[in-house]
Design a protein around this ligand. Structure first.
Ligand code: AHR
Length: 323
């Protein structure tokens, strides 16, 4: 009996010793595990957003599971299901479109995993399916674009401006809200006439296709091109020049995002106005996710501060954009 007790005591001592050594051998626990589903890589905004989130995760000691959905909602839903199965602390995602998320978000809620929306928002039947949305005020971006045009029309003394609009991805938040913000703002201005609104899916190649179609149909009737992002504007520009027009002079070009390539063309006078849409949302995301994990209250909607850039200001003092 005594011998048996001695064996048990030795085993317990060994266990205590091994346990005591363990913390020194283990790597530090990450502050939190965050699953993030990025919608794709369609623009410099998107690529800058992915990079910023990866960099900020490292800086904040967050273990990041990043998935790129390559422009497919189905891929985003599958990624969110994988994050649930992995039991991450927080799920974040940039929804490609607004509708169709209720089922997967209900699954996350049932698993007790909080969800943060990044950049765009969703339409849900149950507001408790996500905690917070961190992203631009897209409606305000549309308003800023229209305010620039109103001022420009006054300066030029125009009594008519015929506008073509190249919109972003159908049923996405920026597409809907930028359109509404712009047209609500000029609704009572009889100088503003919409020739046609076409969908360019936020892609450079589609921007080129859309403007080719519009130039063929309306030619020199076009006074203004309102493009929902830089990428489509960059696709449209060579087509405008090839058709014999001087962008920025024969046609007023208004774009959204403010990436470096577009800002350089604004400086050259080929684009007249760019409304900023910043992809630098990484710090806000890490801080919000950390607060959510700790059970602290967070704001339902978090908008970064944004502004419009135009050829009316000294653009030489602008620091590099970083995207
Ligand atoms: O959701 C933000 C928009 O998505 C950006 O304006 C655009 O460039 C991106 O693709």
């Amino acid at each position: 009996m005594k011998a048996k007790l001695r064996v048990v005591a030795v085993l317990l001592l060994c266990c205590a010793f091994l346990c005591g050594c363990q913390p020194k051998q283990q790597a530090a626990e990450p502050a939190l595990v965050l699953g993030f589903s990025q919608l794709g890589s369609e623009s410099s905004f998107r690529i800058g957003n992915t990079k910023d989130i990866e960099e900020k995760a490292k800086a904040y000691g967050v273990s990041l599971m990043m998935d790129n959905a390559n422009q497919k909602q189905e891929n985003q839903i599958n990624a969110i299901r994988r994050f649930i199965a992995y039991r991450v602390d927080v799920i974040a995602f940039s929804p490609i479109v607004e509708e169709g998320w209720d089922n997967v978000l209900t699954e996350a809620k049932q698993a007790g995993i909080p969800v943060i929306l990044v950049d765009r928002t969703v339409k849900t039947s149950d507001d408790s399916l996500y905690i917070s949305q961190i992203g631009a005020d897209f409606y305000r971006e549309g308003v800023m674009a229209a305010e620039y045009l109103t001022k420009k029309a006054d300066e030029l003394g125009k009594d008519k401006l015929r506008i073509v609009e190249i919109t972003g991805t159908e049923n996405s938040t920026p597409m809907k809200q930028r359109h509404e913000g712009f047209w609500d703002t000029v609704a009572n201005d009889s100088r503003m006439e919409l020739l046609e609104s076409v969908n360019g899916d936020f892609l450079r190649s589609r921007g080129a296709e859309c403007i080719r179609y519009l130039l063929e149909k309306y030619g020199n009737q076009i006074d203004v091109i309102f493009s929902h992002n830089d990428e489509m504007t960059l696709g449209a520009l060579p087509e405008i020049e090839q058709a014999g027009y001087t962008p920025g002079q024969d046609m007023i070009l208004i774009s959204i995002d403010g990436g470096q390539e577009a800002i350089d063309l604004l400086k050259e006078g080929k684009i007249n106005c760019i409304v900023e849409c910043t992809p630098m949302l990484g710090s806000l995301l890490m801080e919000t996710a950390q607060a959510v994990k700790e059970g602290k209250p967070v704001n339902r909607v978090i908008h970064p501060v944004e502004r419009a850039f135009s050829s009316d200001e000294d653009l030489s003092v602008l620091p590099p954009r970083g995207y």
